[in-house]
Design a protein around this ligand. Structure first.
Ligand code: SF4
Length: 313
């Protein structure tokens, strides 16, 4: 029998799994708690008999991420992890410390289909969706590596989360499960490049989860030039959908705006931002681009970012 990875399975799925092994369903519930406490070794599951632990380890395993590399910023404690997946692919997650707690930026896909011109992930195209378990394990692996509890997540790493809607939403539910990590939906943020039908569905399915939209440009032709998704979902339609989202959920939206030198940081861009976002229930998050040599784009200077922030404020 092929061994099953138990991380990413719901309580119901684990109940079925233990029944296949000839065990009572309540063992599945116990297993869910252990797995979602980040425990990977069956020997540490102390309320199981020795015989059951042996049975489980011959039929299953818990998680499979390997830490391939860690880059640490000694000033603010940020750590960028490169995790290896079972099939040999690799993904990144970023651990950040704030006054309100610890946050992890989670990847949702290996690569990405969206093709944003300034993005390093887009350069290698799309390989595959991550499973709910692979998203969840980024959190447990980062907790093990840092020794700190993660109490916020942003799904803003590699990939377009709404292009992997089913696995994304399973992951959010698993993370929220009171028998598991029990993370509040309010501590979760999902970021999209602007897939309007998914935004509308998400407002119904997860009205308490925070939404971030990557805007990056406000003029239609200019946004299409750096974000092909804008051809399918033009920026003014996207802003209208964002407005409906805030009305429906009562939640403030975050607009991500990556500052690219000479591309979207001109005074005319700032004026358009003021004009189009004025009156909306939103935050604007200005992020100077990290230079990626292959794309030819560079980030705005710190000074320019501060000028833009002041003009917007
Ligand atoms: Fe990169 Fe995100 Fe655009 Fe995908 S959606 S290409 S990950 S910026």
């Amino acid at each position: 029998m092929e061994k099953k990875n138990l991380l990413g399975m719901t309580t119901e799925e684990l109940k079925n799994f233990v029944q296949e092994l000839g065990e009572k369903p309540f063992r599945g519930k116990q297993l869910f708690k252990w797995v979602n406490r980040g425990i990977t070794d069956f020997e540490e599951m102390t309320d199981f008999s020795k015989a059951l632990r042996a049975k489980l380890s011959s039929a299953a395993y818990v998680g499979s991420l390997k830490t391939l590399n860690v880059q640490k910023d000694t000033k603010d404690g940020t750590r960028k992890f490169l995790f290896g997946l079972e099939d040999g692919n690799a993904i990144e997650s970023v651990f950040m410390q704030y006054k309100y707690g610890n946050s992890l930026c989670v990847s949702s896909q290996v690569g990405c289909k969206m093709g944003c011109r300034f993005c390093a992930t887009a350069l290698d195209g799309f390989t595959r969706n991550l499973t709910a378990g692979e998203m969840l394990e980024q959190i447990y692996a980062a907790e093990r590596e840092t020794g700190k509890e993660i109490n916020h997540i942003v799904v803003m790493g590699m990939g377009e989360p709404f292009d992997n809607y089913e696995n994304l939403t399973k992951f959010l539910r698993l993370l929220h499960d009171p028998e598991g990590k029990n993370m509040s939906y309010r501590n979760m943020t999902v970021s999209t490049s602007g897939i309007i039908p998914a935004i509308e569905k998400f407002a119904i399915d997860f009205p308490q989860v925070n939404l971030a939209i990557s805007l990056h440009r406000l003029d239609n032709a200019g946004r299409s030039a750096i974000m092909p998704v804008n051809d399918a979902y033009p920026v003014d339609d996207l802003l209208a959908a964002a407005g409906r989202y805030t009305e429906k959920t009562g939640r403030r939206i975050t607009f991500e705006y990556t500052l690219i030198k000479g591309e979207n940081d001109n005074n005319s861009d700032v004026e358009m931002m003021k004009d189009k976002l004025s009156g909306m229930l939103c935050h604007v998050n200005l992020i100077p681009l990290n230079k990626v040599d292959e794309t030819g784009f560079d980030g705005s200077t710190r000074k320019r970012a501060e000028e833009i922030a002041a003009r917007l404020t």
